[in-house]
Design a protein around this ligand. Structure first.
Ligand code: SF4
Length: 356
């Protein structure tokens, strides 16, 4: 079989990890509901004998996925679709779903209702591009999916080319996990990335063991093609819910010139709630990171409120109260202090927009 063909059946999987009859049956049952796909490269990072290997946990189905908690569309994306392939929650920007395929089907994906299930956002691609050309508002487009780097090179080139022709769109972001799970899939897009830059790449990466030499090469390729690279990480129980693991991940990323941008609380997605980490644990991890890590290595910790109410930062726990103009706060080490919040009322007289 071609080395580039991902693993999506139990028999091939058993060539990578030890599976007894019971676990093989379990994987088979779960994958009838939630299919799996593991790139051979990523599969090669799994520990053969460790069922709690953090790479394996992200890639291989477990019976916990069939627990009924969580919601199908945690971000309420069905309600904010402008077209079947364009989501707009915030002013001035939106998410363009260019495919529903991914190199790997992550076991905690918040779009698992769509990914790998026959949904074809390509069918409304022209409708979305027409909308983006005609609307007068969108200035930033996040190309997502699925994973945009699983498109054929000519398709990605086409989408980027059409977007670049719209002068109003100043920023194009590309969300991808390909450099992590299938780094050999990047090279074929090098030309399009260079031609339509500068592009912002948001790489989804969750564990320091995903920072492989091949990932390092992919980052280099992107940088040489003129991309700006930031990362996002999902906080996952038993995978990375440890300050040391995350500190190492973020340090490695910064060492490669990738700025850790977001640490996301897991969305309340059905079939993945066993990966949830308690909020207070996440806040504690962020506090520990702020105590010990360089500011470059500290991402924003955020949560998308279930139902589509948008993102909120989760680290507002430092302000403890107020007495008139005196605001009381606590530092990273739990010491109490205060600040005289006695500035005059803000009133803009410069920007020319507020006065309209
Ligand atoms: S790469 Fe992203 S969209 Fe694809 S399965 Fe993983 S989390 Fe979901």
């Amino acid at each position: 079989m071609d080395e580039r063909t991902p693993i999506s059946d139990v028999e091939s999987l058993s060539g990578l990890i030890s599976l007894d009859g019971e676990s093989a049956g379990e994987i088979g049952r779960v994958s009838e509901v939630y299919p799996f796909r593991v790139p051979r490269f990523y599969g090669g990072l799994m520990e053969r004998e460790n069922p709690f290997c953090p790479i394996r946990l992200q890639a291989v189905p477990t019976a916990a996925e069939l627990e009924g908690r969580g919601v199908t569309d945690p971000l309420g994306e069905g309600r904010i679709s402008v077209t079947p392939s364009f989501l707009k929650r915030y002013p001035g920007r939106g998410v363009f779903l260019v495919t529903a395929e991914c190199a790997m089907y992550c076991r905690f994906c918040n779009r698992r209702r769509l990914v790998g299930r026959g949904f074809r956002p390509q069918n409304s691609r022209e409708e979305t591009l027409d909308y983006l050309e005609k609307c007068d508002e969108i200035r930033e487009v996040i190309i997502s999916g699925g994973d945009p780097l699983t498109l054929r090179p000519a398709e990605l080139e086409y989408v980027l080319g059409r977007l670049r022709k719209i002068e109003r769109i100043a920023v194009i972001r590309v969300s991808t996990r390909v450099p992590v799970v299938f780094p050999e899939g990047l090279e074929r897009h090098r030309r399009a990335i260079k031609r339509h830059g500068p592009l912002w790449f948001i790489i989804h990466i969750n564990h320091p063991r995903e920072v492989t030499p091949e990932f390092g090469d992919a980052v280099k390729t992107l940088r040489e093609a003129g991309a700006v690279i930031i990362s996002q990480t999902v906080l996952l129980r038993r995978v990375n819910d440890c300050r040391h693991v995350l500190a190492l991940l973020f340090e490695k990323l910064v060492g490669l010139g990738v700025k850790p941008y977001y640490l996301f609380q897991l969305d309340d997605v059905v079939g993945a709630t066993h990966f949830k980490v308690r909020l207070e644990t996440g806040i504690g991890i962020m506090r520990a990171l702020r105590q010990s890590a360089s500011g470059l290595c500290v991402p924003r910790y955020a949560l998308d409120i279930t139902g589509g109410l948008g993102k909120i930062p989760l680290e507002n726990g430092y302000i403890r109260g107020r007495d008139g103009q005196r605001v009381f706060m606590e530092n990273l080490y739990g010491e109490q202090g205060s600040y005289a919040d006695d500035g005059k009322e803000s009133r803009c007289n410069e920007c020319g927009i507020c006065r309209d």
